[in-house]
Design a protein around this ligand. Structure first.
Ligand code: ATR
Length: 271
């Protein structure tokens, strides 16, 4: 049976084995998907062991996305732009290929939520790996201007400089005052129950407040946006599913429907 796995540290919390098992059932794919805890400094060895024992492909999560990027022999344009790899597979020549489906997962989820990205002005909060991976696919989807605001200004500035003039970097306290119909929280603040400290005035024209983090309850950022009158809020569960579906398509050549798996995951989170 074809073997796939997600590599991370920690990994016990990962929903990927459940998601890919559900996709395999739905798409009638004979495959197995497991979670592998790789040592913090031993991702490359873990991956090589996995391939030596018949592994066909994998997902990579925190903290190994940059190490996977270094390891891959062939990088997709998306992975190069993100500087990180979340999907690995072997091509027919046996080369290790690295792709990044996080950003296209975000774009797919925004489309699912009814957002029209063409011509849109977006405020993206945070300048870590999650944020960097999202920028290229958002621009490819037609975003007109992307303001990248980060607590540490220099990080936003460095990332913005690696894109064209559509991307503007700033700190959280000097965000240009303009209408932002879409605000995306790509900071990890939700993991500690906080939110990026931006002024409520930036939410005035916001139609959707999107948080890449997800959980049983709406995140602090989503709750705050709702209090401020933003009509729609969403967490990152749909993005998680859409990046997984894109990886599954790369490996298996079939695209699963994320909706039934999302319903199951929501039930699990509610318990
Ligand atoms: P990831 O890979 O999830 O993006 P990361 O690379 O560690 O994680 O980046 C975390 C991001 O969340 C950073 O942009 C960080 O801001 P700094 O660069 O200033 O550290 C941001 N972040 C985390 N907690 C935050 C908080 N409470 N308020 C604002 N930004 C926060």
């Amino acid at each position: 049976m074809d073997r796939y796995a997600v590599f991370g540290n920690p990994i016990g919390q990962s929903k990927s084995p459940f998601i890919h098992s559900q996709f395999a059932l739905q798409c009638k794919q004979l495959m197995q998907y497991e979670a592998i805890l790789a040592p913090a400094d031993g991702f490359a060895d873990s991956w090589r062991d996995f391939v030596a024992s018949g592994g066909k492909g994998g997902n990579v999560t925190v903290p190994f996305k940059e190490q996977a990027y270094q390891l891959a022999e062939v990088l997709s344009a998306r992975a190069q732009q993100a500087g990180a790899v979340n999907t690995l597979y072997l091509n027919t020549a046996g080369q290790l290929c690295g792709d990044n489906t996080d950003g296209i997962g975000l774009v797919a989820d925004l489309k699912r939520l009814g957002v029209s990205l063409a011509g849109c002005t977006v405020l993206l909060l945070g300048a870590g790996g999650a944020s960097r991976g999202a920028i290229g696919p958002l621009l490819d989807a037609g975003v007109r201007q992307l303001v990248l605001a980060n607590r540490t200004f220099s990080k936003a500035q460095t990332i913005a400089a690696s894109f064209d003039s559509r991307v503007v970097g700033c700190g959280l306290t000097d965000i240009p005052q303009q209408a932002y119909p879409l605000i995306i929280n790509a900071t990890s603040s939700g993991l500690t129950g906080s939110r990026p400290e931006i002024a409520a005035t930036y939410l005035k024209d916001c139609q959707l407040a999107y948080d890449m983090v997800y959980g049983a309850q709406p995140t602090t950022f989503m709750q705050w946006a709702k209090q401020q009158g933003v009509p729609q809020q969403a967490d990152g569960l749909g993005m998680l599913l859409a990046q997984a579906a894109a990886a599954f398509t790369i490996w298996r050549g079939v695209t699963p429907d994320i909706e039934p798996v999302m319903a199951l995951l929501k039930k699990q989170l509610a318990v």
